[in-house]
Design a protein around this ligand. Structure first.
Ligand code: ADP
Length: 228
């Protein structure tokens, strides 16, 4: 059987000490398979960012294991972790952070050039992704000439550019109106299916979360199923 794209086993993440100790994750487990989209819904301060950062190898747990496509990361040095993160993880933020001087196409091409893909292949891939996300017709536009929903779909295309196996998103539709949120979420979902990536999406939006494959929350330091 294929290894899960993302697997957290008995992960501990605490902050502070003594009276100020905060046990955000306490032996938490989470598995996300290829092509699966998992929504993470939890109140502010529950540990959503912490969990996303651990999954994205931006933070390390004090105990436990984070595996990406079967690669254990707990014993890895900084350099190996950074390399694994660069090649396997794509991140989508609430605000798109697109480069304003570059077109949509260039924004999606650039990360590939940095990863060593040649110009032509990178541009072809960028166009494919923009089309898949229904913003192909805006490829030559700069971010300022795009609507919020279009900008966010370009940001998703950029996050997916280097074929990450794991896509993490922190409130990707947080600053969009409901209709546009729907559009962006559906685009993200079809991308995940198409690319066979594993996705963990933090959102406050229950209407969207319901359309994920499953919903999890953080309770008592564990990642548990969430029913709405
Ligand atoms: P969320 O994203 O769900 O709002 P966070 O993951 O940001 O939650 O934070 C979870 C808890 O951990 C909060 O109580 C927060 O105050 C605490 N926390 C997060 N980062 C740090 C840190 N660097 N130092 C101390 N406490 C932290």
């Amino acid at each position: 059987m294929n290894k899960p794209h993302l697997k957290l086993s008995a992960v501990h993440r605490h902050y502070g000490e003594g009276e100020r100790l905060v046990r955000v994750l306490d032996a938490a487990d989470l598995t996300v398979e290829s092509g699966e989209l998992v929504a993470l819904v939890a109140p502010s301060g529950a540990g959503k960012s912490t969990l996303l950062h651990l999954c994205g190898l931006l933070e390390s747990p004090q105990e436990g294991e984070v595996e990406i496509i079967g690669e254990k990361t707990s014993q890895m040095g900084d350099r190996a972790r950074t390399q694994l993160r660069r090649t396997t993880v794509g991140y989508v933020y609430q605000f798109h952070h697109l480069l304003p001087e570059f077109t949509a196409l260039e924004n999606v091409t650039l990360p590939q050039l940095i990863a060593g893909v040649d110009q032509k292949a990178a541009a072809t891939r960028a166009m494919e992704l923009l089309s898949l996300l229904n913003v192909g017709h805006r490829a030559s536009h700069r971010p300022a000439e795009l609507s919020g929903g279009e900008q966010q779909r370009v940001a998703i295309a950029r996050a997916a550019a280097n074929r990450p196996r794991v896509i993490l998103a922190d409130e990707p539709t947080g600053n969009l109106d409901p209709e546009t949120s729907d559009l962006v979420f559906e685009a993200l979902k079809s991308l995940i299916r198409n690319e066979g990536a594993a996705a963990l999406i933090a959102t406050h939006n229950y209407d969207l979360a319901r359309r994920a494959d499953r919903i999890v929350t953080i309770r008592n330091g564990l990642v548990v199923p969430h029913t709405v």
